[in-house]
Design a protein around this ligand. Structure first.
Ligand code: ATP
Ligand code: MG
Length: 511
């Protein structure tokens, strides 16, 4: 319930929080155009829309994306679901009863049965037996220690399920694929999604905390290189349809579970030799994620990285063949690309084909799409053996690049401003507006009577293509005055001619 008007000193202005933006008209029209381009192109390749939840079980992301990745380590927004009606222990709590209650709650899933909670329960039992012993021996000091340890452990329990705002959607697609038994569907399952993602990053141009992705995934029994190539062809077709020129496609293969670990070991050994010359980030990554060192943009590290062993020389035969076949398939489709041996991607689950698209006009945040193959992911999440490949386009950056290229100017939105004058013209204006809208025209109908000059002035400010003048004379004669606002020319038309005229004259401005 509203608390009524706030006292003046209580009034505060609310603002969207840092890293999160409103997308306002007219920019939102460009967003819609870009998203529609994706729908049209993807559906022509027989991909179907999947709508996914915005938050998921935290473990879904830590398992799939990987614990050692930047995303999971520091970028996720995680919170506990509302806990059930279990009190936290206090000085009146009986540890025996409480421990038993927790055990029961875990068993019956009243509180989440996570590995962490199980470990805590084991600890509670351990401290409880210490407590019993101390009581038996009347050792008050030991009793107090055991009780304190038990209480501390009990307070570590997580009552609500840990949930995370999705930082990406591939994990959710795989979860849905498994949950709904999509592996029984015929052929490969081809899905696309459009929606917001959340990462706690330092906000800057092209990098936000709520940002948007348009993604596509192919899941199923086959890992034929033609799938990879067709997916990339579709991506290129999308950028084309969206009107984004000056994109650059980079492709690489990062091997599979057979050959990549050996390469990573070799890379780690070579990195150890040059450790002193690397910056702190890269030094840390030697242990946690050495492939990510190849991603470094630090100028002083570049000559060192250039001399490191390259994965292409260490692929197993099957991966080599897959990569060679992918190149043939890309050539067959006339797709221009560049091999970038340093393209490794930040997520743990990628195998073999990886690719990235960059665009001009974005400064250092110039990647507009990342993608790759993830053949083991569905199995890792508890599903049947499944091959997979997908990409995610950063919509915010696509929009920025389009605006930078001067393609952000949306076409006028109002087709017809219906300038009615005089009480007798109002009812006919309302019904004419409805008929025009039913024909697909965007019509603005002033809700209150306006003076002629003011009315046309507003039509002009709204960027209307035409003003349709409907006064008492027009109503009587059935002849409407149509004024083209770009040059002021006007003519009188009856309604059927008017519709035909608008149709043929607005086609080019509305395309
Ligand atoms: P980057 O190296 O720029 O951080 P990434 O490797 O983290 O990108 P992916 O996880 O591959 O990005 O996501 C695919 C695309 O999503 C990126 O190429 C980019 O266009 C977009 N993207 C990722 N993070 C953000 C963000 N915080 N704000 C806006 N767009 C983003
Ligand atoms: Mg990132």
């Amino acid at each position: 319930m509203s608390e009524g008007p706030a006292k003046k000193e209580d009034r505060r202005k609310f603002q969207a929080i840092k890293g999160v933006r409103d997308i306002l008209p007219p920019a939102s029209a460009l967003w819609n155009r870009v998203e529609q381009a994706a729908r049209d192109v993807f559906e022509s390749y027989n991909f179907a829309d999947i709508r996914l939840p915005i938050f998921e079980d935290t473990a879904l992301f830590s398992r799939s994306i990987g614990l050692e990745t930047d995303i999971v380590m520091k970028e996720t927004f995680t919170f506990d679901d509302k806990p059930p009606d279990l009190p936290r222990p206090n000085s009146f709590t009986d540890p025996e009863d409480y421990t038993a209650a927790i055990e029961h709650a875990l068993k019956t899933d009243q509180i989440p049965h996570t590995a962490e909670n199980q470990i805590i329960l084991d600890g509670l039992k351990y401290h409880l037996s210490d407590l019993r012993n101390a009581i038996e021996k009347s050792d008050f000091e030991a009793e107090e220690t055991a009780r304190a340890k038990w209480t501390a452990s009990a307070n570590d329990l997580r009552f609500g399920q840990p949930l995370t705002l999705r930082p990406e959607a591939t994990a959710s697609v795989c979860r849905a694929y498994i949950e709904h038994g999509m592996h029984t569907l015929p052929g490969n399952v081809k899905l696309y999604y459009i929606g917001p993602m959340f990462r706690r990053e330092r906000p800057q141009k092209g990098r936000y905390r709520q940002f948007y992705q348009i993604g596509a995934e192919v899941l199923g029994p086959s890992d034929a290189p033609a799938i990879d190539a067709e997916l990339i062809e579709m991506l290129v077709a999308f950028f084309d349809r969206a009107g984004l020129a000056q994109t650059h496609l980079f492709v690489n293969s990062i091997g599979c579970k057979d050959c990549r670990p050996k390469y990573v070991d070799l890379l780690r050994a070579e990195l150890q030799k040059v450790k002193d010359k690397l910056g702190p980030d890269s030094q840390r990554r030697i242990d946690t994620n050495p492939l990510r060192v190849l991603d470094s943009k630090l100028p002083e590290e570049q000559p060192i990285i250039e001399k490191l062993p390259r994965i292409a020389d260490h692929l197993c035969d099957a991966c080599k063949q897959h990569f060679a076949a992918l190149k043939d398939e890309l050539a067959l489709r006339g797709i221009a690309y560049e091999i970038n041996w340093r393209l490794v991607r930040g997520l743990d689950y990628y195998t073999r084909t990886t690719f990235e698209v960059t665009a001009a006009g974005l400064g250092s945040q110039n990647a507009v799409c990342g993608g790759g193959r993830y053949d083991g992911l569905v199995e890792l999440l508890g599903g049947p053996p499944t091959k997979g490949i997908g990409f995610a386009i950063g919509t915010d950056r696509v929009i920025l690049a389009l605006e930078d290229a001067g393609k952000g100017q949306p076409k006028p939105r109002v087709d017809v401003f219906l300038a009615w004058m005089g009480a007798a013209a109002y009812a006919p204006a309302v019904s004419l507006a409805r008929r025009l809208r039913r024909e697909g025209f965007a019509v603005e109908l002033p809700p209150e009577e306006m003076k002629f000059k003011k009315s046309l002035g507003l039509a002009d400010k709204l960027g209307a293509a035409f003003a349709l003048i409907l006064g008492e004379d027009e109503v009587a004669s059935g002849q409407l005055t149509l004024k083209r606002l770009s040059d002021g020319s006007q003519q009188k038309l009856a309604e059927p001619e008017l519709l035909a005229y608008l149709k043929s004259n607005l086609r080019d401005t509305r395309a």
